[in-house]
Design a protein around this ligand. Structure first.
Ligand code: CAA
Length: 440
């Protein structure tokens, strides 16, 4: 069977930066370590006044097409995954295609365009759609462009304000991919939940603490479901586990859950048993509270073992490096985590070809998906071609007053105009309704 997967990836960050320990923490009267150590974030990316989900998505897609030498005729499908959509009729992909058509001779009249919405998991769902389209043989030799783009803003004063972010990830899905091959097996955990939602409103209504529990519950179910089709996973089989990363502190909890799950009923459990006691089994407890207490005690002890710490440092920590600097990108976040891991491996001169990534995607509302990916031989060239370090370095560092203005500019209920903080360079810009996508 021909391999299908991600052939290339490109990233576009919002051009502004909010320093969390330096600028946000003093204004909130909080200890900076709440952000750096607790949530695991150093900074957030924000869009300048001329940026939005369309410009960021189009800029990422344009970089990708240029780098891979593609023309519109090479693309048979464009899907945008976003939870920041502004048009209830036509998909954001039509706006992105409109931008791209300004710089190519050909157009995308032949391409199937769509928009996927299921909170942050929609990026992975679009990958799955593209994979299925190619596998079904409907692609006529063309590739799919999947763009995950979001401005993840919260209302001022909301607890989520510290985890904001903005950026886009563009991915090319093809046969014989250079970066990673997707597995056919997937596991799901899905339930109707109301801990994070935006019914006809821009900023989410969030029960933050509950949202953390819902994330973990759905992820556990997805892991179990994945193993029911792909067989048991062993920690040594995995190079990295990129999880959806609303903030790195969330992934600390997901990593612990994952480790507990995949060491269950393996010889590793016996190794750990002497050190911290056997993993509590739900059926051994009559009372739910007693089970929960025993589990919490077990997890706390597990965190302290050298075995777990080493595994976490090697398998999870490398997935978090970009997220720490940009915050939550919603649909793009898990795809940024994959890039962080591969980038860390490249910088450490680690060979990854043929190794396995287990990807844990999540969307509020709520659904988790687990699938595996195999790293392909072109991964080094693909990751070396990214300019994300320069993009992060070039961001304008906002003062608190700048941040307040920028938040208002991107608040759809306010009509505020501010000067640009950065100068757009060879990129698509938002210049008002109807003139979107002009290239400066
Ligand atoms: N030094 C070190 N650590 C500190 C600290 C300090 N001085 N002060 C606090 N901390 C730690 C806390 O102990 C806590 O860590 P643990 O969870 O490991 O105990 C962490 O910092 C955060 O502190 P709080 O829990 O007090 O933070 P908070 O209540 O202000 O906000 C939150 C946390 C509720 C998750 C909030 O960020 C939020 O609402 N975020 C938006 C919702 C979200 O991201 N949910 C995640 C799951 S849903 C999802 O994934 C979808 C999505 O993308 C949104």
């Amino acid at each position: 069977m021909t391999a299908v997967g991600i052939d290339a990836i490109e990233i576009w960050t919002g051009n502004l930066k909010l320093d969390l320990p330096g600028t946000f923490a003093p204004e909130k009267g909080e200890d900076p370590e709440k952000y750096t150590k607790g949530l695991g974030l150093n900074a957030s990316s924000f869009p300048d006044s001329y940026e939005d989900i369309v410009t960021m998505g189009a800029n990422a897609a344009h970089r990708l097409m240029e780098r891979k030498g593609l023309e519109p005729d090479d693309i048979g499908r464009i899907d945008v995954a976003t939870e920041s959509s502004f048009d209830n009729s036509k998909p954001v992909s039509t706006y992105v295609a409109g931008c791209l058509e300004q710089v190519y001779d050909g157009d995308f009249h032949h391409a199937n365009k769509g928009e996927r919405k299921f909170a942050c998991i929609a990026g992975t769902q679009s990958l799955d759609d593209a994979y299925n389209w190619i596998r079904a043989g409907r692609h006529r030799g063309r590739s799919a462009l999947v763009i995950a783009t979001d401005t993840a803003l919260y209302a001022r004063g909301d607890a989520g304000e510290a985890t904001q972010g903005a950026g886009a990830v563009a991915m090319l899905i093809s046969e014989d991919p250079d970066l990673v091959e997707l597995s056919t097996e997937q596991g799901y955990g899905s339930a109707d939940e109301t801990d994070f939602l935006k019914p006809n409103q821009q900023f989410p209504s969030v029960d933050g603490k509950r949202s953390v529990q819902v994330y973990l519950a759905r992820m556990r179910e997805a892991l179990e479901d994945y193993e029911s089709v792909a067989g048991d996973v062993h920690p040594d089989d995995l190079a990295y586990i990129p999880f959806h990363t609303p903030f790195p502190g969330m992934v600390r909890k997901a990593g612990l859950l994952g480790y507990r799950h995949i060491t269950r009923e393996t010889s590793l459990e016996d190794d750990l048993a002497d050190e911290i006691g056997r993993q509590p089994r739900e059926e051994a407890f009559d009372d739910e509270d007693a089970f929960r207490d025993a589990l919490r005690e077990y997890m706390d002890a597990l965190k302290g073992t050298d075995q777990y710490r080493e595994w976490y440092a090697e398998t999870i920590e490398p997935t978090l490096s970009l997220s720490r600097e940009v915050g939550n990108w919603y649909t793009g976040s898990v795809h940024l985590a994959r890039v962080s891991a591969l980038k860390t491996a490249l910088e450490a001169d680690r060979e990854l070809t043929g190794e396995t990534l287990l990807v844990g995607s999540y969307g509020s509302g709520a659904q988790a998906e687990i699938h595996a990916e195999t790293v392909k031989s072109g991964w080094k060239d693909e990751i070396a071609a990214l300019n994300i370090d320069e993009q992060l370095e070039d961001r304008y560092d906002m003062s608190w007053a700048d941040y307040e203005e920028v938040h208002d500019v991107h608040n759809h209920e306010m009509d505020v105009d501010v000067e640009e903080f950065t100068t757009p360079e060879a990129e698509f810009v938002f210049d008002g309704w109807g003139r979107m996508g002009e290239r400066k």
